[in-house]
Design a protein around this ligand. Structure first.
Ligand SMILES: [Zn+2]
Length: 86
């Protein structure tokens, strides 16, 4: 009966729906950081499991945070990369 077992690796859920007190705000870069790659790309909804409603606002907040220099656009702006001395 093993082959009849449904393949469900890990149940994905929307973190913002699960916890109503979870702030979805550009000022909380520490939370937004979980939803971008190390190269600064926003991670797709199918990977993170965020619902459509929250993914939409998440995208807006990430873009807002980038403008406020709380997040980076690319790796070049990351603090990990040392600036070249001219
Ligand atoms: Zn949600």
């Amino acid at each position: 009966m093993a082959f009849r077992k449904k393949f469900t690796p890990k149940r994905k859920f929307c973190r913002f729906c699960a916890d109503k007190n979870m702030p979805l705000d550009y000022k909380r870069a520490d939370i937004l950081r979980d939803y971008i790659t190390e190269r600064g790309k926003i991670i797709a909804r199918r990977i993170t499991g965020t619902c459509a409603k929250h993914q939409r606002s998440l995208t807006t907040e990430i873009k807002r945070a980038r403008q406020m220099a709380l997040l980076f656009y690319t790796t070049v702006h990351s603090t990990d990369v040392k600036k070249k001395t001219i």
